[in-house]
Write a protein that binds this ligand. Sequence first.
Ligand code: NAI
Ligand SMILES: O=C(O)C(=O)[C@H](O)COP(=O)(O)O
Length: 383
Amino acid sequence: MRILVDQNVPLAEEFFADLGEITRMPGREMTREAVRDKDVLIVRSITPVNAELLEGSRVKFVGTCTIGTDHVDLAYLRDKRIAFASAPGSNADSVVDYVLSSLLVLAEEEDFALARRTVGIVGAGNVGNRLWQRLQELGARCLICDPPRADAEGRSDFVDIDTLIEQADIVCLHTPLVRDGDHPTYHLMDAARIETLRPGTVLINAGRGACLDNAALSHRLESRGDLRTVLDVWENEPAIDETLYSLVDIATPHIAGHSLDGKMRGTELIYQALMEHFGLPARRKLGQIKPEPWLHKVVLTAWAPPLEALALCVRACYDVRRDMVGFERYRRRLGMATAFDRYRAEYPVRREFSTLRVDLKKNNAGLRDVIEGFGFKLKLAGK
Ligand SMILES: NC(=O)C1=CN([C@@H]2O[C@H](COP(=O)(O)OP(=O)(O)OC[C@H]3O[C@@H](n4cnc5c(N)ncnc54)[C@H](O)[C@@H]3O)[C@@H](O)[C@H]2O)C=CC1
Ligand SMILES: O=C(O)C(=O)[C@H](O)COP(=O)(O)O
């Protein structure tokens, strides 16, 4: 069997080598010629998977090691009876880590307490839901907007997006990119909604770039400069708008989900789906091959103020400023589009909060909920 795999998919050799010959390639360079003689195609989010790529090829299985599927023409695959799998939830915790790390940076700069802010979460799927759970541990008030779920589950505790924009101090976008149907998300945050954001609102997009009208945001930031913004996803990646980039507080090149844990989990999910497709037992397990994190534990030896202790753990594990500064360094050297892809390809190792154990003395139990709620492992030691 011949398997073509995006070069940014970790552990492909460990998972797939027994099945056949693996060829690696940058996702943006995958062409019809490259896939023609392959049986299996394994991509991430940057390869448009459609008739243009697959027509005339032998491909019988496509796997994307990502949550998002907007780069895949699912109708075409169905029509051609090509099996398909994605990796739902694989890097959701990593995106939540990214958002929380960003919020802590802004809270420190602006001197606000997250617990006293209202956070609006648009899209309450794997990412939005986990963010909601973790923020509740901090005591933050959350407003949730997810019309597809509200319809399907008859939820009356969800709000519509305009109510959310009106009331939230922090607006987090975690929607997939959907262009049609009852609840499209293309430019869900359009010019009119961007204009109604209250001065001082924090706006975060870690879903898909085109869920937010980038030109309209650029206009608001240039003309009024009264929002705090965190953008991980952009329209026209990798050649993103330089002006918008320069106006955003925290600007990163689509790496919110790029923890090693999230990416490895994505590979494992596609391996499992591929084995199931071929009726083979999935013997390889991520737990057997996953590398140990560099930083295993943080020990708090005495009572510590909860929020300071939490911020310390977050920074020890993943400080978003590393990526902001790293991306800017690449941009100055390589130009925007090349930097965008190169930084992701050479992405420094990052582990999820869940890989870090926090040891607490029993008399520090006040911290317990907040540390565990934020996703860290907890160990309580004697006084
Ligand atoms: N920045 C990054 O590195 C990453 C970005 N993503 C993006 O984040 C998106 C969300 O990820 P998950 O939560 O895991 O996906 P999910 O599929 O679990 O949840 C998406 C949620 O959005 C809701 N939704 C759909 N249309 C909506 C609308 N018009 N308004 C409000 N809510 C709507 C759905 O009902 C669903 O509950 C992915 O589709 C992907 O595009 C995912 C992983 C990493
Ligand atoms: O899972 C998703 O959906 C994402 O957006 C990925 O984290 C993006 O991964 P790359 O395709 O950028 O490697």
